[in-house]
Design a protein around this ligand. Structure first.
Ligand code: FES
Length: 223
């Protein structure tokens, strides 16, 4: 991956909703990106027929290009085990592991558990801020080098928390707002719970890995 590619892969920090590029955008780097970008929110608007047609097309493509990272695992929809466990590497949408230098302060990136990037609960928001800016409900022992990671699945109705307003993480479906500097606690909208935080650290190779699973239930429901 070139430096240019790397820059392009980082997610923008703006108040402009970014779900407009979730489906049908030829610039998206992998074919499974549509599954983690507000897919459930879009079903209601566009209908299941279109989604099923997309899945059918992806299945056909998968049979031809299985060596592409994670492609055959896109369809792990019934998996109910842990999302992460101790030592599981965080990877980007291309399957590349995340080096400590990957993000600058204020940036964010959607990452996945390396062994199973295609499951429903996999999308994870990785953020980086100056360490001294974290506080409140943040589990500081779950952070490393200014990085914190949270589930990207909204605790209200399961949409992807895909937008950003200054430092606030925003869910585009019903404007749920989460503060990543305070454990992704809810600061607005209908979500009943924070986004669960993922305990992370750096491996001996300087790459981000999990030290366990999310601290709470991922998505709607749970306590
Ligand atoms: S699904 Fe996120 S606010 Fe409703």
């Amino acid at each position: 991956m070139t430096a240019k590619d790397d820059d392009a892969d980082r997610e923008s920090v703006s108040s402009v909703p970014d779900d407009s590029c979730a489906c049908g955008d030829a610039s998206q780097p992998t074919i499974y990106r549509p599954f983690w970008r507000d897919s459930r929110g879009r079903m209601g608007r566009r209908g299941y027929a279109r989604v099923l047609a997309t899945v059918g097309g992806l299945a056909a493509l998968a049979s031809l290009t299985a060596p592409v990272l994670g492609l055959t695992r896109v369809f792990e929809r019934s998996y109910t085990g842990p999302v992460y466990s101790d030592g599981v590497a965080l990877v980007d949408s291309e399957g590349d592991r995340i080096a400590e230098t990957r993000l600058s302060e204020g940036e964010q990136l959607t990452v996945f558990p390396e062994p199973r990037p295609g499951i429903d609960r996999a999308p994870t928001l990785l953020v980086r801020f100056p360490e001294e800016e974290y506080g409140g409900e943040t589990r500081m022992e779950f952070t490393v080098s200014g990085y914190a990671a949270f589930s990207k699945v909204c605790t209200h109705a399961g949409c992807m928390v895909a937008d950003r307003d200054d430092t606030t993480l925003v869910c585009p479906c019903h404007s749920g707002r989460f503060d990543p500097l305070s454990g992704a606690s809810v600061t607005g909208g209908p979500p009943p719970r924070p986004l669960p935080q993922l305990p992370i650290t750096l491996s001996s190779d300087g790459e981000l890995i999990a030290t366990g699973d999310f601290e709470g239930h991922v998505g709607p429901g749970g306590e």
